[in-house]
Ligand binder design. Sequence first.
Ligand SMILES: [Zn+2]
Ligand SMILES: [Zn+2]
Length: 414
Amino acid sequence: MSLNDALTAYAQGNHAQAYRLAQAVTEAEPNNENAWVLLLTLAETDAEKAEIAERILQINPQNPAALQYQVKHGQRDLSKDAKVYEMLWDCEFCASPKLLGKTHRFCPHCGAPQAADKRYFPEEEDKIAVQDHQYFGADKLCPACGTANSGQADFCQQCGSPLDGSKQVEQRGDQLRASGESDFRALDEPAEDKKAGGKKGCSWIVLAVFALIIGSILVVMLWTKEASAVLEAHQWTRIINVERYGPQSDSEWCDSLPRNAYNVDRKEEVRSHRQVPDGEKCDTRRVDQGDGTYVERQECHMVYRKEPVYDTRCYFTVDRWAYARKLETKAADKKPYWPKLDLVREGTCNGCERAGERNESYVLHFSLHNGKENTPFTCEVPFEQWDRAQVNSKWKLEVGVLMGEARCDSLQLQ
Ligand SMILES: [Zn+2]
Ligand SMILES: [Zn+2]
């Protein structure tokens, strides 16, 4: 019982088992942070999850999974863990760039009101932090003059109109910077527009070609016509496999080594793989708050790597029955018989033989009347049908229109 077992069960989708194992780990090691994190993922009720998140933060107050859980469920104030920065805007009248969303409600150069719907996230080097930010919700747009007002205002500071029932400013979609990347990208746009478009076009072609191939296969398989054939001859084959007792080489995991194995050779080999926690990956998310500011926060999750699990493989010799040779009779007539069983020695000794599996097959040879030509074909059929069939009897059957192949399962005596 270890965390790895629990993680392996989790990776295999066996969540109930993973939960039991992780719980056992936390009982044995109450400060095993990763085991608690796994339990947080697997717990079913919110009450239990909340309790586990608390427990994790006692062990590590910075644990991202627990912090993230609490933020998501309103048990932690975002602004305490995240930093707040100014959104930027450009003045449309005097073209002053990079004005501050919260500080500059009006253009400091020409006095024009801020166009709240044109705010944008700054480049990393233009970031300006907002200290002790108080958030009153997204700005309200004055229904009379269109000016953005603070979420706590009751009247427009520009024209004095009452703001009840006013709409909120349009907020920018979230931006995300994946761990290890240098740039933020908008979450509602695909990572690389053009390439993604190209791939999409390409996948359509692949899909169309695939559909065409499937279609052709179906046509070849299903498009048939009726034809008539004459039975020309019978053919049969009967086989008895002979097994011999003696030394055989084989290998097994050593925990299931046969008792009578000898000359055992042991080697360490990869038997399975397990998921091992491999640190955390943290993305940075920017969320437009709609009041001229945005919050930037870390979103972390555990990543896992696959690690081989070694075990001992046994290579051994064991005395057992194994296929040695076959006895076969066949002829082109209607009188099948089994081959004579000539065993070297009977019993269970090295070199002793016994009869193994028996196989028999019965084939009918037809000639297909296809306009002027006569095409030969064969069908393997059950013994009863083979035995009843008379030479020179007439049959009808389906043949493929494109390839002209006979469908033996459609054979019917005329
Ligand atoms: Zn201006
Ligand atoms: Zn107004």
